[in-house]
Design a protein around this ligand. Structure first.
Ligand code: NDP
Ligand code: GDR
Length: 324
């Protein structure tokens, strides 16, 4: 039975990846940091099928111990401070988690067993102020936030450990991917939850920042397969994973209201650009995943409309259950 260790198993992607690996017959371990109140909501449905270990990306010893105790075949490094806006408020911590955390995991692999395969969760935020469209593996990086800068560090660290030590290390440059498990502060989930609450009469207005930024939004459940496929190849490499389509925040809002049959959405939405201003914005991202399609045989299964409807439906059910 192959064994995989996932850092960031309690986030959005971790549970989808764990479900996927379990379906492939893996024994799945998850690294979970100690919190005063455990945050296992996203994995409670598979809690008895995965083995959790205590560890923190800030603590080298805990990562090395987790890897030497579990002897995994594959390590998926999904853990990060992943909220772009917060990275200006906590740039040093973001660097510690999102940049140096990658070095710590790779150092643990190098010292325990350099044959362990490694996946790094890189991001389209590395392209930032884009120099060409669509963005592909060879597009120049120009990150626009401490988060994006930290991800560039993590990406090149992954490439460097591959070139320096021959570690089977892959960097997946994933464009935005969403789901009902998305954290509430990200714009898609803020919209789907806000729309559900407005439909149920629990909220009057939805306040957002600019409705103009465009993103290439896919479904998290589709993207985790690409992570696994990267580690299943003969050679390690880096891949863009994206849908190839982009949509504005406005289009997401329109479809979300359409999903609950509210036509006059403008009456409910406030676009408060100054309140949500980021020191530097990423206006437009769209990915070219033709390498992943050709080499990995991967393509997205969920359309933009299906994604929005799935998220709104899930939030309607959640908000109906949650009376407070
Ligand atoms: P989430 O923010 O939902 O999850 C992040 C995970 O990292 C959580 O499980 C969190 O644990 C964990 N974590 C944070 N800090 C530490 C730490 N110091 N030690 C151990 N664990 C820690 O992210 P997603 O699931 O959306 O994304 C997964 C990865 O992919 C991230 O690295 C993200 O940057 C990257 N990415 C995401 C994209 C997306 O659109 N979703 C696109 C491109 C890249 P806790 O529950 O304790 O907070
Ligand atoms: P992003 O996601 O920065 O792309 O990073 P986010 O959902 O936070 O923002 C997307 C775009 O929407 C604009 N926006 C708002 N954003 C938030 N959060 N809240 C609002 O009210 C709002 N109004 C408008 C933002 O300015 C931005 O332009 C995500 C994260 O998952 C990263 O970890 C990941 O690497 C990238 O996607 C790819």
């Amino acid at each position: 039975m192959p064994k995989a260790l996932i850092t960031g198993i309690t986030g959005q992607d971790g549970p989808y990846l764990a479900e996927f690996l379990l379906s492939k017959g893996y024994h799945v371990y998850g690294l979970v940091r100690r919190l005063s109140t455990p945050n296992l909501e996203n994995i409670h449905h598979i809690r008895d099928q995965v083995e959790l270990l205590s560890g923190d990306l800030l603590d080298q010893g805990s990562i090395t111990d987790a890897i030497s105790e579990t002897e995994p075949d594959e390590v998926y490094n999904l853990a990060a401070q992943s909220f772009v806006k917060a990275s200006w408020e906590q740039p040093v911590l973001t660097g510690e988690f999102t940049a140096l955390g990658v070095t710590r995991v790779l150092e643990a692999i190098r010292t325990v067993n350099p044959k362990i395969k490694f996946y790094q969760a890189s991001s389209s935020e590395m392209f930032g102020k884009v120099t060409e469209s669509p963005q592909k593996e060879t597009t120049r990086f120009h990150p626009r936030s401490p988060y994006g800068v930290a991800k560039v560090y993590g990406h090149y660290t992954t490439v460097n450990y591959r070139e320096s030590y021959g570690i089977f290390a892959c960097s997946g440059i994933l464009f935005n991917h969403e789901s009902p498990r998305r954290g509430i502060e990200f714009v898609t989930r803020k919209i789907s939850n806000g729309v559900a609450r407005i439909k149920l009469g629990k909220q009057k207005k939805l306040e957002l920042g600019s409705l103009e930024p465009k993103r290439d939004w896919g479904f998290s459940g589709d993207y985790v397969e690409a992570m696994w496929l990267m580690l299943a190849q003969d050679k390690p490499d880096d891949y863009v994973v994206a849908t190839g389509e982009n949509h504005s925040v406005r289009e997401f809002v329109e479809l979300a209201f359409e999903a609950v049959e509210i036509k006059n959405w403008e009456d409910f939405v406030i676009s408060n650009v100054s309140h949500h201003l980021r020191p530097a914005e990423v206006d437009y991202l769209v990915g070219d995943a033709s390498k992943a399609r050709k080499v990995l045989g991967w393509k997205p299964k969920t359309t933009f409309r299906q994604l929005v409807e799935m998220m709104v439906k899930a939030d309607l059910e959640l908000e109906k259950r949650n009376k407070t």
